[in-house]
Design a protein around this ligand. Structure first.
Ligand SMILES: NC(=O)c1ccc[n+]([C@@H]2O[C@H](COP(=O)([O-])OP(=O)(O)OC[C@H]3O[C@@H](n4cnc5c(N)ncnc54)[C@H](O)[C@@H]3O)[C@@H](O)[C@H]2O)c1
Length: 282
């Protein structure tokens, strides 16, 4: 019998995780709070699968079989039979703790309770349950069907068995895992991208090189697909500033303190692509 996955939250990440799991043979229960949100999530999955069919990377039969493996619901009790639950609701520690408290009452013994949080300590979420050993971070990247990485994050009490089962799950979706052994702010990926972006912004602020040249250095010198300043524009200057302050607040490491120009650009509403300009114009 195929394993059952529950995904809680049918937004950008939840729908992507549900899609990849269903195409990988998992029976998926996708839960959101409204039928509208479930409808948006399902439509996004259909659209994405259609693109794979158009590119001849998936047969129409396999697309239909994947869609048939996804059951949607607004009833949280429906996740009770799942072997693995992935939470992908919005990034709020209170909302996630409330949800994990409820999952603790509903889920079967031994289920893996995973969170897709990008920044909240796994340990804080796990502490809302009576089974913190079963709670783990499975940090997927957007767009989930395209991005090969899953960052597995251990909370203080996450068991080895839970970490292994989370790895088995992510690998069954075709992802490559890295393990974050300590539940630090920013995990590994956000620490790396933030440190690089802060140094790029420092170099730019001090007039050492132009934005174009800083990004060209990373692209042609290091083989990065996109430079750190263009990446910051894509992510949003406000989002990056928030992420780096979060790490700074935990570590007091000066390299994570936002350069003044980043703060002033955010004050001015210069947020990157979404506002029409950032380090570059769009
Ligand atoms: N967007 C990204 O690029 C990205 C990348 C990695 C990780 N993450 C993390 O993944 C999580 C989800 O992000 P997203 O971008 O998919 O958010 P999103 O806003 O697209 O979707 C969140 C969904 O959760 C639903 N929801 C809220 N409370 C719920 C509840 N109690 N039960 C069920 N559904 C509920 C909302 O209705 C919404 O559909 C966040 O923790 C985020 O930090 C996001």
């Amino acid at each position: 019998m195929s394993q059952q996955l529950a995904v809680v939250g049918a937004g950008l990440m939840g729908s992507g995780i549900a899609q990849v799991a269903a195409t990988s043979g998992w029976e998926v229960v996708l839960r959101d709070v409204t039928e509208e949100a479930l409808g948006r999530g399902t439509a996004a999955i259909e659209k994405s699968l259609d693109r794979f069919v158009d590119k001849q990377k998936l047969s129409a039969d396999d697309r239909d079989a994947a869609m048939a493996r996804i059951r949607t619901t607004t009833d949280l009790d429906a996740v009770g039979a799942a072997d693995v639950v992935v939470e992908a609701i919005f990034e709020s520690v209170d909302a996630k703790r409330e949800l994990f408290g409820a999952l603790d009452d509903i889920c079967k013994a031994g289920a893996v309770l995973a969170t897709n949080t990008s920044a909240i300590p796994i340990t804080q979420i796990a502490a809302a349950t009576r089974r913190p050993e079963d709670v783990v971070g499975t940090h997927f990247f957007s767009p989930v069907p395209m991005m090969a990485l899953c960052e597995l994050v251990r909370g203080v009490k996450t068991s080895d068995a839970t970490l292994q089962r989370a790895r088995d799950f992510a690998e069954s979706l075709g992802k490559t895992c890295i393990v974050v052994n300590r539940d630090v702010a920013g995990f590994v990926t956000t620490r790396l991208i933030t440190a690089l972006a802060m140094e790029a912004i420092n170099l730019y602020e001090n007039g050492v090189a132009t934005a174009e040249d800083i990004d060209t250095a990373c692209k042609l010198g290091f083989g990065h697909a996109m430079g750190p300043l263009a990446t910051t524009d894509l992510t949003g200057l406000d989002i990056l500033r928030h992420a780096t302050l979060n790490i700074y607040n935990e570590t007091a490491d000066a390299k994570f303190y936002p350069p003044e120009i980043l703060s002033r650009l955010v004050d001015a509403g210069v947020l990157g692509r979404k506002s029409g300009s950032g380090f570059f114009d769009y």
